[in-house]
Design a binder for this molecule. Structure first.
Ligand SMILES: [Zn+2]
Length: 279
């Protein structure tokens, strides 16, 4: 499933090709996604210019003249810029045409989302899908002391594990399963520690580790950017080098004494080092 770093790399990948361009046509090949694609989308979007391409959580936001096009990649979705002359592929769902270029939403499993949020309904942040989302990991609300204070305040009284607290994304977004294991390892915090028992010091280390881990992942994905404009690559799917995730039974790179262990929390795998990560 594309996580925040992959979505961010997609955003960076398509931005230089699409920003400032005007939509000349939209084709809905199959609009039966997680939510149905609005049937009138072609009529709405034709002639509108893409003003900016932003991201909120795992949603890509194309700011248009009259509102925002909201895209979520779901489980298997990709967005890619191709020549309009390029033939359609199986599982291409929605095509946004910009003259000689087209932006294609491809989604085999159809868990993605393509929605329209008109300006008349207020700022896009007010859309109900963003209601319970935590702050952005690279925003000022999560930088420096703000990040650690936010984690500390949001975790007070919470009896769930710190792993589940982070995965819920209500304090900070983007800490998906892989990045959660990696961040907790970097911060030296045991994944089963009760969130409400995190100290201020641990929150500071954790906020820092989250920012660094996500930055590292986005950087790792940067090498896949060229694939956003050719037809052979598979954009949006990459893996950074991990220290815990998927390394069960392997020697810990930090202490070089213990092996990485795997436990299941809330039906998701967690990897950690019992020597380096404290409860
Ligand atoms: Zn270790």
């Amino acid at each position: 499933m594309p996580e925040l770093p992959e979505v961010e790399v997609t955003r960076i990948g398509i931005k230089p090709h699409i920003e400032g361009k005007t939509i000349t046509g939209v084709k809905i090949i199959d609009g039966r996604l997680r939510k149905p694609v609005p049937r009138n989308l072609p009529a709405i979007l034709k002639g509108q210019q893409v003003i900016a391409i932003d991201r909120r959580g795992k949603y890509i936001l194309l700011e248009m003249d009259a509102g925002h096009l909201i895209v979520h990649l779901g489980m298997t979705g990709t967005l890619r810029v191709l020549s309009s002359a390029e033939g359609l592929k199986l599982h291409d769902r929605v095509i946004f045409e910009f003259g000689s270029l087209s932006l294609r939403f491809h989604d085999p499993r159809k868990f993605g989302i393509v929605l329209w949020h008109p300006k008349s309904e207020g700022p896009v942040e007010f859309n109900s899908i963003f209601k319970k989302m935590g702050v952005e990991p690279f925003s000022t609300g999560f930088s420096g002391d703000s990040g650690s204070e936010l984690l500390f305040l949001c975790s007070r009284g919470r009896k769930v594990s710190v792993k589940q607290f982070l995965l819920a994304g209500q304090a900070v977004v983007g800490v998906g399963n892989i990045y959660c294991s990696e961040s907790l390892f970097e911060a030296g915090i045991h994944p089963a520690k009760v969130a409400g028992n995190l100290s201020r010091k641990q929150c500071a280390r954790l906020a820092n580790a989250i920012r660094l881990t996500l930055e590292k992942a986005i950087h790792a994905g940067g090498s896949s950017l060229k694939d956003f404009v050719n037809s052979d690559g598979s954009p949006g799917h990459f893996m950074m080098q991990t220290k815990t995730y998927g390394r069960e039974g392997k020697l810990c790179v930090m202490c070089k004494l213990s092996v990485i262990m795997k436990i299941v929390q809330g039906q998701r795998s967690t990897y950690f080092c019992a020597s380096c990560q404290k409860r």
